[in-house]
Design a protein around this ligand. Sequence first.
Ligand code: ZN
Length: 404
Amino acid sequence: MAAPDRPLRRANWQAVACDLCGASRPDVLGQREIIVRGRTCDHEMVFVDAACGQCGFVQALERPDDAFLMDYYRDAHIGHRGGELHFDGKARLAAVAQRVSGGGRIIEIGANDGAFCAELSKAGYDAFGFDPVEADEAAAVEKGFLEAGIASVAPRSADAVIAYYVLEHVIEAGAWLRSALALLKDGGVLILEVPDYTTHPQDSLNVEHLLHFTPETLRELLEQHGLEILRDQPAPTVAYGQAIAARLKDRALAETPRPASGAYLAGGPDRLKQAKAAYAEAMADLARRQQAAEAAAKLARDVDPSGTTSVFIWGANEYAERAAPLLAQAFSSVQVVDKSASKIGTPFPGLAAPIVHPDAAADAGTRIFLLCSPNWNAQIAAEIAAQGWTALAVIDAVTGERLE
Ligand SMILES: [Zn+2]
């Protein structure tokens, strides 16, 4: 898959013990080899998906090192994968407001471009965030980012620490949580969202994720660290997510967590069984998605066997990642288009051209469109028709069927 003229980076993967119970008895579920094309090089990631043989927690058996991940995120990360999922800023704000009084200090870990911190500030909070990937970007620092990251925050100063879709990316769950709790006041609130492996295993098993939490395993991790789970849980703000809010009750445990509880370990065999069933379901779903991408690519080739038509893949997400390499083999001009300003200009896996705005299609003579948004394809098809662009075909890459 890697072009011969581009350097290939491989991580130095290291086996680790289970984040939740410390056992080293993994039950390997499967392996996924992924190569992501970055701005300057290709990044090879080999995920050995495993469930802990003792407690059933699903995790990457081996973890890359910090240096590899940092280089990878800076070179290849395209922001929110699965572009059909937008977070609801109002719902996030309401979940914070329910637990933190006005003017409270809120620290967001993994703040991306600072968009939500800006919302919190507008609502009267003393909010700031940091993001290891964005922190050295001048624009992000201007928006109120901590230049030196976590080290520049006064310990135990935050009324709330929030992190949306961060924990599943980290190399070691406990180490990350302890550094987050060090920022929190005694009695302060932690609000997290992560993918839900129980309901959406295929989304949890997305590229970049190392830890795959169920509501049960997430709760256990927090309780081990002296947090009391709050009864009124916030609702997750993306379709595949789960949300949790917890209050810091025991500082000693936040620094030196207790071992996995007997009650948690007793559920291990059942959890392991469920983890395996969910993995099989996820792999079957991935196979279905791959078949749909192949069917869509075949439809495009049938419409223009010469391969000279301009192909526009609409939606920079995982559906596009499957379709793009198949189209690039058969067509000389393939572009991924997306309206999201944060994606435009960034590289797209498997293609030489960066992501562009859909208006780029205006310059083409004839076009084939492949639509990649599960919930919005009908609307996008209507938009294409309204533009008056000559389309040889409009194809749904999610279902593998022709729309026009
Ligand atoms: Zn375990």
